[in-house]
Design a protein. Structure first.
Length: 357
């Protein structure tokens, strides 16, 4: 009687252990996909002009002309002018002094040539020749000085005009015609709206990933465009740890000062594949996922009698994006992985595919 009870107990234990092993666990499969795009973060930027300047007068006087607000100008155009009557008169005086000095030089050149001819016949002393050469040298110095004075006045006259250093549009006007202005005072602000760039700041950890001339996506309101990385600051801000980036927009002229959003990749394509986040099983040995290892079907049987087994594949998780993770391992694009029911699976375990797999 005791032996019979023991046999019954042992049989019950065997049945309890065997039943879970024989039962196929229901699972749902998904397909491993290629990386479509690197994950990005969006940063605020501003459209700026590559050429803009607050222009000042280099002369003191009363303004006789000033460009108007919104006026479009070309490089070399006169933007403002200071009254220069006194300098014009002074220039005429200096030019007359230069002509007088030139006349002295011309006269002494002829005189020295005459003395040299007489010296050949010994009709003039060497002292007279030396004095003539000395006088000519002095007059030539005076002529050079007179010409320099002319150049000085011409330079001063040139500074009475404010010349546009580049093509652009007058964005602000600080002085009006008739006002008295001192040297160095600002007259207007000039902006080149055609030469545009996007300026923004981003963390060092993000900017360090960007290669030279990287192409980035930009949104301007409802419009989208691309921009190329042109330059970056040499160092980050000591407090914010942000670096300044400057991008060259492609194919669209925007408004200076307009806000934009720039998509900067937080990482670039890793060469892995994308699988649903639920496909990853984490254990003592690290991360893994399960794939179908074999399908045994009895001859002439239907799909319900298939014996489907799975196996574990170790993987490295690279990053997570939008409910999916990028992994590297012995897994290829298009391979089916267990996405629901993966927890608790073991190598070689039989599974049952649920509807939708």
């Amino acid at each position: 009687m005791i032996k019979r009870c023991v046999h019954v107990a042992i049989g019950s234990v065997v049945m309890m252990v065997a039943l879970p092993l024989l039962a196929a666990k229901p699972v749902v499969l998904a397909v491993a996909e290629a990386e479509h795009a690197a994950p990005v973060s969006w940063y605020s930027g501003t459209v700026q002009s590559q050429q803009e300047a607050r222009l000042s007068m280099e002369a003191t006087g009363r303004l006789t002309a000033v460009a108007t607000f919104g006026q479009t100008v070309k490089k070399g155009d006169v933007l403002a002018e200071v009254k220069a009557d006194a300098l014009t008169l002074q220039l005429k005086i200096e030019q007359m002094e230069a002509r007088k000095a030139k006349a002295y030089v011309d006269h002494l050149v002829v005189e020295l040539a005459r003395l040299n001819k007489l010296a050949k016949k010994r009709n003039v002393s060497e002292t007279d020749q030396a004095k003539a050469r000395h006088d000519l040298a002095i007059r030539r110095i005076e002529l050079d000085n007179a010409r320099l004075q002319v150049n000085v006045i011409q330079e001063q006259l040139a500074r009475t005009q404010l010349i546009a250093p580049f093509d652009g549009t007058v964005n602000s006007v600080f002085k009006s015609q008739g006002e008295y202005i001192n040297q160095g005072e600002s007259v207007l602000h000039l902006v080149n709206t055609a030469q545009q760039e996007i300026r923004l700041q981003a963390p060092i950890s993000v900017t360090a990933l960007l290669p030279a001339a990287a192409t980035l996506d930009v949104t301007v309101g409802t419009d989208t465009l691309t921009a190329t990385l042109d330059t970056r600051s040499a160092s980050a801000d000591a407090r914010s740890r942000l670096m300044e980036l400057r991008l060259l927009p492609q194919g669209k002229v925007m408004t200076i000062g307009q806000p934009v959003k720039v998509a900067i990749p937080t990482r670039f394509k890793s060469g892995g594949v994308l699988v649903p986040r639920d496909a990853i099983v984490t254990g003592k040995q690290g991360s893994a996922l399960f794939v179908i290892s074999e399908i045994n079907r009895a001859k002439g049987s239907d799909a319900d009698s298939e014996e489907i087994k799975v196996k574990s594949i170790p993987v490295d998780v690279l990053y997570s994006s939008g409910g999916k993770v990028a992994v590297k391992g012995d897994i290829t694009i298009g391979r089916e992985v267990v996405v629901r029911g993966a927890s608790g699976l073991i190598d070689g375990q039989q599974v049952q595919l649920l509807e939708g797999s």
